[in-house]
Design a protein around this ligand. Sequence first.
Ligand code: BGC
Length: 350
Amino acid sequence: MRALTVEPGRANSARVEDVPEPRREDGAVLVRTLSVGICGTDADIVAGEYGWAPPDRRRLILGHESIGQVEEAPAGSGFVAGDLVVGIVRRPDPVPCRYCGAGEWDMCSNGGYTERGIKQLDGYCSEYFRIEPEFAVRVDPALGHLGVLLEPASVLAKAWDHAERIGSRSSAWKPCTLLVTGAGPVGLLAALIGAQRGLDVHVFDRVIDGPKPRLVRDLGATYHAGELSDADGLAPDIVMECTGAAPVIVDAISWTAPSGITCLAGISSGQHRIGVDIDSLNRTMVLENDVVFGSVNANRSHYESAASILARADHEWLSRLISRRVALTQWEDALDRRPDDVKVVLDFTL
Ligand code: BGC
């Protein structure tokens, strides 16, 4: 079967090649891939800056944002042929640590977790993949190919879950305003969740036209292009920081309302250094009970919340998040980011 593979650590080593069919021990459920989403993590792996091959191998099958159709599933697995499924990305560490042992592999504390398509486990960017039933999530058939948005939505469902748990430290907490920085797929999904929760949603991005401002406005949210400091008076109760850009992060943290909660959901490139006035940041954060926290990955409960978030969303709006569908053979095209791209997917049916 054909797969998109890469040698982690070696830039520009990705290629489509023939690989063996998935082995039975990789999981009892055999899935035919429909689409695989491409994100910044894939770009980093292809650039040789992230990712780990499986032990004793040099190459890794890429892809962690999946949607596929079950071809074969054993009786009692909870799946039948024809079901639409998405594969969970992370697997618990073998020790397991306290968190992995409790099914919260997204909180793994010893770093021994593995991730499909990212860390030591083959991903989903192959014509077929196998998966253990406990790591497959059924998708509403009405969602169809849009189920490829479930993995990024699960990451946001976790971020929201944790923001709300932190908020509940006060019984009087009632968030009204959400600020999202970055109108990429992650930011737009953060905004969708904020809109579903009835918040006054504000999204910042650099672009002034194209699909992103329209997507934001069609959620009933406000789009801002420019500097965060231009939005005088905006005092968000929650910030979902989705750019990973150092100056934006500092601004986002500094602009919250008292008791503000900032979630860092974007991963920085590690290449930018900026000066920060920790003294005044400390003063504000302590005197206002502010919280800044990081959030990565998702456990099964977050995939399930994400499934219901997507099921409740306007499917036409969701479909506009997918800017381009590209055939596997054109994978380089999919990785080449264009200004109007939100989410690009490799479509195995093309
Ligand atoms: C994925 C997460 C993963 C993270 C770090 C992200 O792109 O969506 O599932 O945990 O990368 O590897």
